[in-house]
Design a protein. Structure first.
Length: 95
């Protein structure tokens, strides 16, 4: 039995670190300047902090149910179990 550990980008680990640890993750959506961006894929934290430093507003969205389902299906082809760890519902709307 193998276990896949899945989280989202709220874990705040760079994608390379996640891969090196053998973990899996999905990016949260960041709404900035009337556009949606994939956290860590299209915007890294430094860019986000630059925007916040200029007083710009951003909104952090969730991982979509469709994206979660697709990732679960992909992981179940290689693993027998998935441990999916996300922020609490008080902090995130993902789960």
């Amino acid at each position: 039995m193998t276990i896949a550990l899945l989280t989202d980008s709220s874990c705040d680990l760079p994608p390379l670190s996640v891969r090196k640890m053998g973990l899996y993750w999905l990016p949260l959506t960041i709404r900035l300047n009337d556009r949606n961006w994939a956290d860590w894929e299209e915007l890294d934290p430094e860019v986000i902090y630059e925007h916040l430093g200029r007083g710009e507003q951003l909104e952090i969205g969730t991982v979509s149910v469709d994206d979660l389902e697709a990732k679960y299906r992909q992981l179940l082809k290689k693993h027998s179990t998935i441990l999916s760890v996300h922020s609490s519902e008080k902090l995130s709307k993902t789960i």
